[in-house]
Design a protein around this ligand. Structure first.
Ligand SMILES: O=P(O)(O)OC[C@H]1O[C@H](OP(=O)(O)OP(=O)(O)O)[C@H](O)[C@@H]1O
Ligand code: HPA
Ligand SMILES: [Mg+2]
Length: 167
């Protein structure tokens, strides 16, 4: 699968690194809610936003956690993006005081769709690529557009040949 990706570089992230970077994001968000206060709730964009959202909710002592499920059949075609499951409408309102978390913003299409629904929410991702940056309010690490980020849930430890043993 990965040899067909049109990306020049790979950025491989371990669970430990994801934990550190998600904590760094939590610390950036701390006390930045409306009126300099606390956030009302965390909403994770499934599925990739769920692990960072859990870590952030723990760090910021937020007990109300919900999800929004967005299915983008083709990242080139925004028309095909679809919300499969919405957060509780009474809880989220127009998004004021709500943190919406994803693992990364790439083209920005996913956040663009969710932002239209909840324009007053605060959008945060752990990683960001330049094209998607205008869609995200707070992030931790930027990578170049031609980098593919490999998340720990998509990887497994495996044996590699010693460098001098190849061929
Ligand atoms: O900025 P964009 O170009 O929209 O891309 C970013 C989105 O793509 C990935 O999710 P994906 O839709 O692959 O689903 P998943 O989280 O369930 O893996 C990633 O987790 C972001 O949500
Ligand atoms: O760089 C990426 N890595 C994993 N999933 C993604 N979805 C869009 N871009 C990426
Ligand atoms: Mg996702």
């Amino acid at each position: 699968m990965t040899d067909r990706l049109p990306h020049e570089k790979g950025f491989h992230i371990s669970w430990d690194q994801l934990h550190r970077d998600s904590r760094a994001l939590a610390w950036r968000l701390d006390g930045k809610g409306p009126d300099g206060g606390a956030w009302r709730a965390v909403v994770a964009i499934t599925r990739g936003g769920m692990a960072p959202a859990m870590i952030i909710a723990r760090e910021l002592d937020i007990r109300t956690v919900d999800t929004i499920s967005v299915k983008s059949y083709d990242h080139q075609d925004q028309g095909s993006a679809q919300v499969l499951k919405s957060p509780d409408a009474d809880m989220i309102g127009d998004g004021t005081g709500i943190l919406i978390i994803d693992d990364l913003v790439d083209s920005g299409k996913t956040l663009e769709l969710v932002r239209e629904l909840y324009p007053n929410a605060h959008f945060a991702t752990v990683y960001a690529k330049p094209q998607g940056r205008p869609q995200v309010d707070t992030f931790v690490t930027e990578v170049s557009q031609d980098t593919w980020i490999f998340f720990p849930w998509d990887m497994a430890l495996q044996y590699v040949q010693p460098y001098r043993g190849k061929d």
